[in-house]
Design a protein around this ligand. Structure first.
Ligand code: PSV
Ligand code: MN
Length: 400
């Protein structure tokens, strides 16, 4: 039987059911002005406060229906720590989006010049660990499940630090953070092989993150940021391994061409995102059920609202494509070594144009059929430019 848009009724049902449950968290920092190490280009409508960030996140969720939670960075969004929880609660109620993962900040204090959790100074390690524990408490007070930990520690020159001692220091700190969690909470440990340190990063790859998660305790898992790999790394294989090990906790999605470029999801390599979703959908529910999908992007040229909406639409479309893979058929073809047919079975799903189906689903769920267009027509961005323009202009540093 063929329904609208040439999609079979079964296909339509499958895709709709998948979209009904698909959620992707958006980052508060994706709405604020950012730049490169060479400078910032200010956007007049960028968020200037946590209230602006919640307003923007709420608007994105109204447009897409897929992003009910917003990731918060403690230092940027709760500068007074736990005493800011009440004001976050009020913003949640006002804007219809909840606090999502809580991100400690272990990279901006001057004291962290030689590291945070892996600093050779016991006193600084203690300060960093206290911040982790406080982040766990903030997360609990907000009713959010995950604390996402990215450790920027490392060194720039061979011989300048003991890589081995630092392993033990990080183990100790993460164990302390894990002890502070309750049964509903999780620690997600993110890895990155480069930047800011130039010679060695203390948590450089998934193997190291996996070890730290295991040594921390049962409520710790690995977070895969798609921008945190060397060129050509087979990320879906890492995903397959972590699923096999029951150790995948979440994703930070973004696209990249060269380094950690933080580009719109699917803008450079949509096939890779599709392949990752295929691994997720192939895994037993026990391993994949609790994996958090999050966006980690900050756009310095592209409009922030548009970028966020585009990323969510791309995620939904690529997820829908992955849903279409005939996994039973693929399994048979793989077992029989029928290379070309297996590959074509896989690619057929990727090349299916799911956009009409996704549009239909949106209309059926009372969401805008074309969220980007609705955003453009709503005048939201122009209004924020008027409201926030002066504050953003004041923040421009002039060297003239
Ligand atoms: C580091 O590059 C990272 O991916 C971490 O997740 C940080 O929390 C985030 O970016 C903030 O910029
Ligand atoms: Mn990240």
């Amino acid at each position: 039987m063929t329904a609208n848009n040439g999609a079979s009724a079964g296909t339509r049902e499958q895709v709709w059911a998948a979209l009904d449950t698909f959620r992707i968290e958006i980052p508060s920092w994706g709405f604020a002005n950012t730049g490169t190490r060479f400078g910032k280009f200010i956007q007049l409508g960028a968020a200037t406060s946590i209230a602006d960030k919640f307003a923007d996140a709420g608007e994105v969720h109204r447009l897409t229906g897929a992003s009910p939670t917003v990731a918060l960075h403690v230092l940027w969004d709760l500068p007074n720590g736990a005493s800011d929880v009440q004001s976050i609660r009020e913003l949640e109620a006002r804007h219809g989006v909840r606090a999502g993962s809580i991100n400690p900040n272990l990279f901006q204090s001057q004291e962290y010049k030689f590291g945070s959790l892996a600093n050779p100074s016991a006193e600084i390690r203690r300060k960093a660990t206290d911040h982790l524990v406080e982040s766990v408490e903030i997360s609990r007070a907000l009713g959010s499940r995950d604390v996402s930990i990215w450790v920027a520690d490392g060194s720039n020159y061979p011989g300048s630090q003991s890589m081995r001692k630092r392993i033990a220091w990080i183990e100790e700190a993460l164990q302390a953070a894990h002890e502070a969690t309750n049964a509903e909470q999780r620690l997600l440990i993110e890895y990155k092989p480069f930047e800011p340190a130039a010679y060695h990063m203390d948590i450089a790859d998934w193997g190291m993150a996996y070890h730290f998660a295991r040594s921390a305790g049962p409520r710790a898992a690995v977070l895969v940021d798609t921008g945190h790999h060397y060129q050509g790394t087979n990320i879906e294989q890492i995903v397959a391994w972590l699923l096999h090990l029951n150790a995948l906790g979440g994703f930070h999605f973004n696209d990249r061409k060269y380094a950690d470029d933080d580009l719109t999801l699917g803008s450079i390599d949509p096939y890779q995102v599709f392949r990752i979703f295929h691994e997720m959908l192939s895994a037993p529910p026990k391993a994949s059920r609790d994996v958090a999908y999050m966006i980690d992007q900050s756009h310095n040229l592209k409009g922030k609202m548009e970028a966020m909406v585009q990323s969510i639409l791309a995620a939904q479309e690529l997820y829908a494509k992955a849903v279409l893979v005939d996994r039973a058929m693929l399994d048979r073809l793989q077992d029989q070594g029928r290379i070309v047919e297996a590959e074509e079975c896989f690619r057929a799903a990727f090349w299916t144009d799911v956009r009409p189906l996704v549009r239909e689903w949106r209309a059926a769920r009372n969401l805008p059929a074309d969220p980007l267009r609705t955003l453009a027509e709503s005048g939201y961005v122009q209004r924020t430019e008027q409201q926030r323009g002066a504050a953003n202009q004041r923040s421009v540093t002039s060297y003239a």
